[in-house]
Design a binder for this molecule. Structure first.
Ligand code: ADP
Ligand code: AMP
Length: 216
């Protein structure tokens, strides 16, 4: 069982790569962003609490996201977990280490996806996803073959995120640099960190991540 973290700023390509790993390696994607959006859509109390925070681009509390992840780790994943968008703070990173240890598990690697900040605005403002299967697209770099129809599942429920605006991205980037980027040093010091070029094309990034996973 190989558990990995995909680490990088919003728009780095974490979700895109996580979906490929799910398809190719039977791994389980744990995206706290997706879990929080699901809570909002189903109108839970927690969903109501986090809605405004997410739309601004701020981080929600450590307690909430650690709780979400703890629930998911109860169900073992044969191919391993991909942590996507979690951890985002040092407290979350410590909690993840404790949670995995309590289940007799560990982290195989942390893959830092390096991208230029300048590329992120274009990536984020062009992003849309399938509301049915979660496939990730881009207006220019990865449009659907047929306009308005998901290539993967045929759904016409294609959506844009409320926080994928230039203004919210500025807040999200600041949160990343203030609270999440210290994790790069944290995992380097734990001998877990590998950095890949997130600006390369999707297939080349996938190949770089596969190399990390296959080195055992
Ligand atoms: P994250 O999950 O890190 O926020 P996404 O995987 O949702 O990032 O990718 C953000 C946007 O960038 C999407 O529209 C996606 O299609 C596009 N994208 C992802 N990886 C690449 C890449 N290697 N090259 C060009 N565009 C990419
Ligand atoms: P994402 O889908 O990963 O871009 O996350 C969208 C939003 O959800 C973020 O801007 C935060 O408001 C919230 N969020 C997701 N994951 C976390 C996390 N690990 N810690 C705190 N907030 C999070």
């Amino acid at each position: 069982m190989v558990n990995i973290i995909l680490l990088g700023p919003p728009g780095a390509g974490k979700g895109t790569q996580a979906k490929r790993l799910v398809d190719e390696r039977q791994m389980v994607q744990l995206s706290t962003g997706d879990m929080l959006r699901e809570a909002r859509n189903s109108g839970t109390e927690m969903g109501r609490v986090v809605a405004a925070v997410m739309d601004r681009g701020d981080l929600v509390t450590d307690e909430i996201v650690i709780g979400l992840i703890a629930e998911k780790l109860d169900h073992a994943a044969a191919g391993g977990f991909i942590f996507d968008g979690f951890p985002r703070t040092l407290k979350q990173a410590d909690a993840l280490g404790d949670l995995l240890a309590s289940k007799g598990q560990s982290l195989a690697a942390v893959v830092e996806m390096q991208v230029d900040d300048a590329a992120l605005v274009a990536r984020i403002t062009g992003r849309f996803t399938c509301g049915n299967c979660g496939a990730v697209y881009h207006d220019h770099t990865h449009p659907t073959a047929k306009p308005g129809v998901c290539d993967a599942c045929g759904s016409t429920n294609l959506k844009r995120r409320a926080d994928d605006t230039e203004d919210a991205l500025k807040v999200r980037l600041m949160e990343y640099y203030k609270k999440t980027s210290p994790l790069i040093g944290y995992y380097y010091a734990k001998d877990k960190l590998t950095s890949v070029d997130g600006l390369a094309e999707v297939g080349a990034v996938a190949a770089a991540i596969a190399k990390v996973l296959d080195r055992g």
